[in-house]
Design a protein around this ligand. Structure first.
Ligand code: SF4
Ligand code: SF4
Length: 437
């Protein structure tokens, strides 16, 4: 339980661990267990390992860290568990230990990215622009050709290994569209009585890779009669938190608490990962006497776009789907935020306008696609195995459009679909609704 400095780093009660009765009902919901068939890569196995560690029966060895690090954090197990095991708290408690296991270099790079790059939207836009130039100049192809000739990873020098990894990561990136800055505020021409003043959380990854989705989000809110403001803001801190860098996540959260201020205005989020983190601010500061109340109020105002839109009727008749469509639930929406039905209700509303139904179910719709924040960058092999399973199900639906609500899922699905050469487009729900209404 003690780290190398002798301080207690696992803040976890025995009762949380003992809530697991080892029934195994979570196993079919766990993508890493399904992909590997190994108990150590299952929720039950991981809880057992943490319990053994907390009881001083096992050291926090590299092997133990590997089993915990391979967890996607998708929380599918938590939804499936009939005993109400709080798996999220168990995983969150070991995240700093996992961070301690990373090499000093990789940890430093991560901390620089989380503290100095992601929160700086101006810098992100410049990097996005450079990436677009690189993509248009076919830089990816050159890098791919160069690294194709490299020997297997184990025999490569660190710079070559880094280049090879970079080439692998690039396959997950779509061709960036031109970035169009968001308006700071939009107001409906004819405000209705039901219109609400909303605040948009635009996200860092979302605004760089899918800036058009943020524009669609603003338009769709406007079409329902709401006004939308985009306050000054910073990264939600989810990526830092999931990498065990809780101090950075807290700093970023503090800044967002300040910038969004007090009030009743709902905070609308279209990226499931950010939404889950913003709702988690309440837990992040629950022991902080100064911020606990403020963070709880902030989290209570956060709404996923679908959660918000479904409460109101639209003022226009929608255009139905043109193509067979299916829905992939982002795990940070379904499991972390427990938003299961709302996106489907909105999509079904569109499908009602079709003579024959075009919205088709996706098997294991709420299973993770393997993206899980930046999991796919570091656990690429397992992430791709999990993606293959998702793509198999997707192909079986015969759908030509898959709708989702998280930039990580979009990147992952688009990369997998392109690699298989499938004729399926990936759309964010905001785009689909914006197009329809
Ligand atoms: S986490 Fe829940 S579902 Fe899984 S083995 Fe434990 S009690 Fe059973
Ligand atoms: S969070 Fe996801 S990957 Fe991790 S144990 Fe639970 S179901 Fe498996």
């Amino acid at each position: 339980m003690d780290d190398i400095n002798g301080s207690r780093v696992i803040n976890l009660s025995k009762a949380t661990l003992e809530a697991c009765i080892h029934c195994g009902l979570c196993l079919p919901a766990c993508p890493t267990y399904l992909a590997t068939g190994r108990e150590t890569e299952s929720p039950r196995g991981r809880i057992y390992l943490v319990d053994q560690y907390v009881s001083n029966k096992l050291p926090f060895s590299d092997r133990l860290a590997e089993h915990l690090d391979s967890c996607l954090g998708c929380l599918g197990c938590q939804t499936a568990c009939p005993s109400g095991v709080d798996y999220e708290s168990i995983l969150d408690a070991v995240r700093p230990q996992l961070a301690n296991k990373r090499s000093a270099f990789s940890r430093l790079l991560g901390r620089i990215a989380f503290r100095q790059v992601l929160p700086r939207y101006g810098l992100l836009r410049v990097l996005g622009m450079l990436l677009r130039i690189w993509q248009l100049a076919m830089g990816s192809r050159v890098l791919g050709r160069l690294t194709d000739h490299f020997a297997p990873d184990t025999t490569l020098s660190p710079p070559r290994r880094f280049l090879k990894r970079l080439a692998g990561w690039e396959k997950f990136l779509p061709l960036l569209k031109e970035h169009i800055p968001l308006p700071t505020r939009l107001d409906p021409k004819n405000p209705s009585d039901r219109g609400v003043h909303t605040l948009l959380f635009k996200g860092c990854v979302m605004d760089i890779f899918y800036n058009h989705v943020n524009h669609s989000t603003m338009r769709i809110l406007l079409k329902q009669g709401h006004s939308v403001e985009v306050p000054d803001q910073t990264c939600c801190g989810a990526l830092a938190f999931h990498q065990g860098e809780a101090d950075i996540a807290r700093d970023l959260a503090r800044r967002n608490l300040e910038r969004f201020g007090f009030g009743q205005d709902p905070i609308i989020v279209n990226a499931a990962g950010c939404g889950a983190m913003l709702k988690h601010y309440k837990t992040l500061f629950e022991d902080d006497p100064e911020l606990a109340h403020r963070a709880a109020e902030f989290s209570a105002r956060v709404r996923d776009l679908s959660e918000f839109l479904v409460q109101y009727t639209f003022q226009t008749i929608p255009e139905p789907f043109e193509r067979k469509t299916t829905y992939h639930a982002a795990c940070h929406l379904a499991h972390a935020q427990k938003v299961h039905e709302e996106p489907l209700t909105l999509l079904q509303e569109l499908d009602k306008k079709n003579d024959t139904r075009k919205l088709v179910p996706l098997a294991q719709q709420e299973h993770c696609c393997g993206s899980a924040g930046i999991y796919n960058l570091f656990n690429t092999e397992l992430s791709l195995d999990i993606l293959e399973e998702k793509l198999d199900h997707l192909e079986k639906t015969g759908a030509k459009t898959v709708v989702t609500s998280n930039p990580g899922c979009q990147l992952q699905l688009e990369a997998g679909i392109a690699a298989r050469g499938l004729d399926i487009e990936v759309r964010h729900i905001a785009e689909v609704l914006d197009r329809a209404y």
